[in-house]
Ligand binder design. Sequence first.
Ligand code: FAD
Length: 436
Amino acid sequence: MNEKFDAVVVGAGPAGSAAALTLARAGLKVILLERGEYPGAKNVFGGVLYRQQIEELVPDFLSEKNPPIERYIVEQRMWMMGKDSSTMLSHRNAAYSSPYNCFTGLRAKFDQWFAEKAVAAGALPVYETCAVDVIREGDRVVGVRTDREDGDIYADVVIIADGVNSLLGKAMGVHREWNPDEVSLAVKEIIMLPKEKIEDRFGVEGDEGVTVEFMGETSKGMAGMGFMYTNKESISLGIGVMVGHLREKKVKPHELLDEVKKHPSIRKLIQGGEVKEYAAHLIPEGGFHSIPPMSGSGWCITGDAAQLVNFVHREGTNLAMVSGRLAAEAVIACKAKGDFSAAAMKQYDQAIRASFVMADLKKYKGMHKLLKEQDPELLFERLPRAVNQAAYEMFLVDGATKAEKQKKAMQLIKQAAGGTMNLVKLGVKGWRSING
Ligand code: FAD
């Protein structure tokens, strides 16, 4: 391609489309590259999208005829799983409908819709095209090499938004291959169920929806988390586990998911459903310490490619959108000055460091260390099992006094932790890990 662009955005996921939309609206000449047949064709996520960050880019999206959302979430549940038991915490609030907080969605629909906004604003879409490397002049990035014949594309700046595997990030040496403790492998099924069954089983009506996150014996002593989200006429059910632990235990993730589906707290909710889709994908979970340099001369990196995922709160799409938007705003400022040097591109680093994205990842920066260093069987097997046994004791009416029951429940938890001191130490480490 002989034409030169102001920017080439690699990847039409939430980060890339947010960047392309912001650039195109500002009148910059931008090309949006996507390796899939269409945006979202192969993309996988659990299913929760956040209103505020979408509205920052598409302010009136909820008043559209068919916004790309499945259900709006009125209730969020967290379950601690024993083998045949679960201890549940949930929060339901009518206030989540005014304004909406978050929604379930399907990537094949959402990503196409979102990329279409960028295209409507003037971005040039080029799909089924893979960027394989950057083109450099000296230390300056001046474009990308694609897998098409004569497929070199030149631009003042390359915005890398190619997701967790980030071929481009690796090719540039911005980051290395992620370590097995910096990524989780998640498997997910979409299980079709009639609308009425979903409403009955999850206690919702109309377009209301529920999220469930679960941890404990379902991940078989490995660091991991499961999820179950309601769509209009389907359930998204999945589980993600740290890759290092999967390798150590030689467990196949789809076998874990098969086990999850048999758990009594889950089986009845998906009963009679038909599996329509199965997918597997990595989730970046290295956190703050795994974030690579965010920009350089003629380039910047966004979203999953930069490890911008807050796995504690299952936030990824919103962080990707914010980083894409902030990257584009920095590029617009660089364009105005005609300066895309490393020093000028630092505006993006500054903006993202000043945003909630980096503040949140920094807050949880100790979490990755905790998960790496603690015995996963303690956190994801023995303690959840003990919590469930303790709950069972407390609710069982068997003639024992309540004081005896309380003592037994505490004993179960202390025993699981290896004694009172270990429990206290774990509590302190846990507290520190979520407080920067
Ligand atoms: P991606 O969404 O991965 O998009 C990257 C795009 O780049 C893709 O379209 C890809 O095809 C394209 N691409 C890749 N390489 C190239 C190349 N070389 N050339 C051209 N195109 C390329 N987040 C949430 O907010 N809520 C959730 O409920 C949630 N659940 C999740 C559950 C699972 C199982 C997984 C895997 C992730 C989940 N996430 C969730 C995280 C979320 O999906 C990501 O954080 C988010 O999609 C990141 O957006 P992105 O644009 O950076 O990357």
